[in-house]
Design a protein. Structure first.
Lengths: 394, 394
């Protein structure tokens, strides 16, 4: 086999992540590597921690990026907080809630499921009933922004309920961070993890996490060692702590990917979190107007929609996979398929980070209109991009 | 806090990794991201698997890069192969053997330690005694190339012993892969993991792994679910399998880091494994000649030395940390400190991948000679770089 260098095709990324990446971030990524214990690298790590405090809106000391993708961030939260024999309530309304159940069970604990339909938010009444029926649960775990359905749940209310029953909260903010408000301290979230390849528009491969002081007390009081050596926060903190010279080696940090995260967080700070939230909200409304012009509707009820992840119902009789393949082949645009229970039923159009812009909205709508029209599947009045621009330019 | 873009200082990396990275690999890293399910990305994944077959000298179907650093590769081997109640012999002659013990114990299994002094290879007689004394051990785990000491153990002989007693072998090849022979199939190794930031001269953040058919049978016959969801090979293989269209999403792959790994493996193929081994061997001999001219000696006995990782004994009375700080400040050269039992006792000079070149040897020796002379600590005849060049140019 003779293999030559790989040159990726030109793509516009409008699926569930990764999202498009600014050239500033790609340039940071490609800078020469330095040592993971180099004094200048350690200064940069401290800056990343500070920038993550801003992104998560927290003062939690234990705030850092895990050296692996969001799934490892999820696992980090569970293996550190959950022990064999614990009971954990897991709210399940999509793929990632299901993955949380797997994590709880693999920790030797019991997952008490609070199940809602895919595409609906977590039902607070059901959660309260479960908390009442199961005194002494260790934690309530939930997905703030379900990437598989495009639904947002009321994190503040869920956390308030958990507090009332003296349970810890574990929140998945993979898709929400930097796209919609994530207020870790205000909401009193004990453990929160995210990913870099969504609204932060960095490369995939890291998982920013933050843990409250209450979470750390729980970890310090464990009866068993954390089952993962790689994800044991007691050990990771020795490397990421603020003690400067006393850093101890744990694993070799992904130096270049951390350059990229640093740059994407600097860009977030420059834009300002609130401006980023507003941008995501406005582009979503524009997309929605355009989709309506094509006779398309969103899966999620108004009020629970994630602006950055739009699950679009597939009209009857349309070969949804062919539409995605044609969007990719004819226009170089990636949109996402449905996952799990929604496979074949929705497309997922991401407007995340750098992919949340007027030109992305305009392009995806024009391309989708052309594709559906060509396939005889445009059931609306057309003029999708123009409908969007009415919102964008208002 | 106002934070601006990070620009790394100019460094020459001659510690225990990361090593210097070729501009081809950095350029690959910085190419635009595409989707982790993009058909062209999946083609590239297949190429990576093929190139890893070459690097590991194996035909194992289960050969792929784990989306996290070498420590996660280690954990992947243990959590998939080891179950609660198992007995595993772990050969410990440095930091990474100790980390293996941690992994075994966190799997709920018992680690039977075969301990050798730091800087010496694994004693085959002790291992055989342990195998005789503990019938039915599930696996023998060992570090082929101990990065903490610079010692290489006889992997072929260790594996042959394990086979004789019907135990699986788990081999750490983080520092050996592409620097000295790693012959997975010939040696009948059942699980082997490596890192990308050593002799492959790629960025840190991935761990290439390979598992034999015998290892896969063991995994398929497990009584308990793998305790890590993120590292469960049953799930990972659904994404990395060769079935083309049937790839199923597991986690978001670190797309750009995989571009970089692809390029570094293409470069390894172009050079040829045997040429890479020869290059590492020759530069090591040159370094050794130069060190002798400075009155310095290597920790490890001849015959067991890793050419890519040279543990140099620190002469009495020398402030070893000051030497490292001055090498970094005056010349931008990073050399490594001792770890664990060897902290303060050795420097670790890496000649790995792109950092194994005549100019690296020449530079580090000249700089070290100047630094030691300035500190009044040059106890040799001097002329270190010239002594090295006699070997290099022979």
């Amino acid at each position: 086999m003779t293999v030559s260098s790989f040159h990726p095709p030109s793509r516009v990324l409008m699926g569930p992540g990764p999202s498009d990446i600014h050239s500033r971030v790609l340039q940071a990524l490609g800078r020469p590597v330095i040592g993971h214990l180099d004094p200048e690298f350690i200064m940069m790590m401290d800056e990343i921690k500070g920038l993550l405090h801003y992104a998560f809106q927290t003062t939690n000391q234990m705030t850092l990026p895990i050296s692996a993708p969001g799934s490892a961030g999820m696992e980090c939260a569970f293996v550190n907080l959950v022990e064999p024999g614990d009971n954990v309530i897991v709210c399940v309304n999509g793929v990632f809630g299901g993955r949380m159940v797997e994590n709880v069970e693999r920790c030797g604990a019991t997952a008490i499921k609070v199940v809602d339909d895919w595409g609906t938010p977590i039902d607070l009444n059901k959660l309260e009933d479960a908390l009442k029926a199961n005194p002494g649960v260790k934690a309530v775990a939930f997905v703030h922004a379900e990437t598989s359905t495009g639904v947002q749940s009321d994190a503040a209310a869920i956390s308030a309920l958990a507090q009332k029953f003296d349970a810890l909260t574990i929140m998945d903010a993979v898709t929400s961070l930097a796209g919609t408000p994530v207020l870790v301290d205000e909401w009193k979230i004990d453990a929160c993890y995210s990913g870099t390849q969504k609204c932060l528009s960095c490369v995939p491969g890291l998982s920013p996490v933050t843990f409250s002081e209450r979470a750390l007390e729980t970890i310090r009081g464990r009866n068993h060692k954390v089952q993962s050596w790689f994800l044991d926060l007691n050990l990771i903190m020795g490397y990421w702590s603020s003690e400067g010279a006393t850093r101890s080696y744990h694993h070799t940090a992904p130096v270049n990917t951390l350059y990229a995260l640093h740059e994407s967080l600097v860009m977030l700070k420059e834009e300002g979190l609130e401006n980023a939230w507003k941008r995501h909200a406005k582009n979503h409304l524009a997309l929605k107007a355009g989709l309506e012009a094509l006779g398309l509707t969103l899966l999620v009820e108004e009020g629970y929609r994630l602006p950055q992840l739009n699950a679009v119902k597939i009209p009857g009789g349309v070969d949804e996979a062919l539409v995605r393949r044609r969007m990719l082949a004819d226009f170089g645009i990636e949109i996402g398929a449905g996952l799990g229970a929604l496979a074949g039923k929705v497309w997922r159009i991401g407007l995340m980070g750098q992919s949340s812009s007027p030109r992305h909205v305009t392009l995806v709508l024009s391309a989708l209109e052309g594709t559906l029209t060509d396939m005889g599947a445009n059931t609306g009045n057309g003029g999708a991009a123009q409908a969007a621009q009415k919102v964008l330019l208002a």
